[in-house]
Design a protein around this ligand. Sequence first.
Ligand code: SF4
Length: 254
Amino acid sequence: MVVAIDRYVDGGWLMKPLVESALAMLRQAKQKHGDKIVYACSMGLQGMVLIDLIAKHELGIRVVTLDTGRLPQQTYDLIDVIRKRYHIELDVRFPDAEEVQDMVRERGVNLFLESVENRKLCCAIRKIHPLDKALDGMEAWITGRRRDESVNRESMQAIEVDPVYGRIKYNPMANWSAHDVWKYIREHDLPYNSLYNAHYASIGCACCTRAITVGEDPRAGRWWWENEETLAECGLHVSSIIRSQVEGELGEGI
Ligand code: SF4
């Protein structure tokens, strides 16, 4: 786990450089890619900061979010609040209805509880495929990931290149700590998912997300019934090579 950099200097948190650097990356990305860049927002805490920056500074970056069909009501409420508060284009994407129907007919509505393979299939159909469609034709996309979120993300670069499609991934929040994010949210009175007030640390689909207890890894609230090796990521941010391998393997059953 990355230890958060102590930014407490001279009696104040050094938020300004963090915000300026995130903003500079967003501006540069927009300048470079124009309409061929999109922010894929998971409606998590970093998402609130990025939406605020994009809207306040009128960066003109389109925001896409995924409605898997299994989100908690609190996330839907938040999407509504965002729509009303900000004048940005919030593009909500859905899974392909036939893919979902076929999957549920063959493997059941709670298939993800039965095997890792089923869980990955469900994530592929409800998340990866709609994300792929949203990214189709894009040169670049923006994420809200932070390095200190999990062991898997410790070595994440602020700017990455997709090895298959050559698409650039910008991670303007890579250097932020959880404390930084909360500080920005509080200082700017931003909306956020109310489940964070109930000890949720990472929020996805309602059926695959739970609150965590003191000392637990923030991502322990996701797919907690699986063993540790398979816990860490939903698949949205693994490389396209791995994604295509996973989907290739899983595609046989569809
Ligand atoms: S998080 Fe759970 S319900 Fe949501 S897509 Fe993945 S397996 Fe399916």
